[in-house]
Design a protein around this ligand. Structure first.
Ligand code: UFG
Length: 330
């Protein structure tokens, strides 16, 4: 298939581009580079040795995207493009609602116009709110921040479109906590400024760029008191997209699928694993809880196995090793 990746130069998009190319698909990237760099396209070429075409384009701009779709005969779209900083979304909710909803609606309008029936959307486990883990796809949803609500609303839009457009197939992928990087060390997560997420912060402490990691709270009802999350290697996550878009091509309707490992690790377990596998000491201190955080989040990953024949393969050690390799290279 010829697959358009919106936001394809970003962290998850670039890894997905590599896996799609390695699986024999053709990839077209559309990115406005608001949170990524055009150089990533060359890295994807370098890793795969394959041809890839990229457009500098904004998914909110109907005419730009229409031009792209007129130039290329696209079979399927994976929509990654969107803002993703939880904290910023609380401070600037309209920026998030405008951009994330506008880009998704524009893309869905256009795929309807061009009769492109295969669609995959980057959703997030954040839509489970603080439901008791492990979370399966039938559980109630609700969010705690505007970023999360944009994911929730776009999921609903896709479900509604699937009712009104019987030929349409939309897969809503709920990501848990992606970490790690490609084993080549050529692509990974790029942060402008101080990272908000755990693993990028750990790697910056390891490199000496940041002095000390703050562990947010040690009094959660978890085995060691620190927050537990379902960390998933970004390459596993990318492979899940290959399965999802191939599933969309053979099916109709809207389908929600978790992409997680089904196994949670605490903050202290992550620090210890990172220290052990990379033989580096991580300087940390325990501080107050971070507002908005939940104790535990973990996927019920059985539906992905059943429906997509996909499951995460990489270990926590791989995630820690690959994150550190990328940090040293980037
Ligand atoms: N943590 C620290 N110190 C830090 C950063 C994080 O102790 O400097 C802790 C958090 O308190 C939490 C865990 O590490 O217990 C993971 O935190 P992250 O910020 O890495 O990830 P979150 O689970 O908070 O959020 C992530 C994504 C969201 C997404 C959500 C889905 O950032 O975009 O997972 O569940 F919505």
């Amino acid at each position: 298939m010829k697959i358009l990746l919106t936001g394809g130069a970003g962290y998850i998009g670039s890894h997905t581009a590599v896996e799609l190319l390695n699986s024999g698909h053709e990839v077209i990237i559309a990115d406005n580079y608001s949170n990524s760099k055009p150089e990533i396209i060359d890295k994807i070429r370098e890793i795969t040795g394959k041809r890839i075409k990229a457009y500098e384009a904004d998914c909110c701009e109907y005419n730009q995207m229409k031009q792209l779709l007129s130039n290329e005969k696209i079979d399927a779209v994976i929509h990654f493009a969107g803002y993703k900083a939880v904290g910023e979304s609380v401070e600037k909710p309209l920026k998030y609602y405008r951009n994330n909803l506008d880009s998704a609606i524009t893309m869905i309008e256009l795929i309807k116009e061009f009769n492109i029936t295969n669609f995959v959307f980057s959703s997030s486990a954040t839509v489970y709110g603080d439901s008791a883990p492990p979370c399966d796809e039938t559980m109630n949803t609700g969010c705690t921040n505007p970023y999360g609500w944009t994911k929730y609303m776009i999921e609903q839009i896709v479900r509604d479109v699937s009712v009104a457009w019987p030929e349409f197939s939309g897969v809503l992928l709920r990501y848990f906590n992606p970490i790690g990087a490609h084993k080549s060390g050529l692509i990974g997560e790029k942060n402008n400024g101080i990272p908000n997420n755990l693993m990028p912060y750990i790697t910056k402490v390891a490199s000496g760029e940041l002095e000390k990691l703050s562990v947010f709270g040690c009094d959660y009802p978890t085995p060691d008191g620190t927050g537990v999350r379902d960390y998933i290697h970004v390459v596993d996550l990318a492979k899940g997209h290959v399965k999802a878009i191939e599933y969309a091509a053979d099916n109709k309707g809207a389908e929600v699928i978790n992409l997680g490992t089904g196994r949670g690790y605490s903050v202290l377990e992550i620090i210890k694993a990172f220290e052990k596998v990379n033989e580096i000491n991580i300087n940390y201190k325990i501080v107050e809880r971070r507002p908005g955080d939940i104790a535990e989040m973990c996927a019920d990953a059985r539906k992905a196995k059943r429906v997509l024949d996909w499951e995460a393969k990489e270990s926590l050690e791989d995630m820690c090793k690959d994150s550190w390799r990328w940090e040293q290279n980037c």
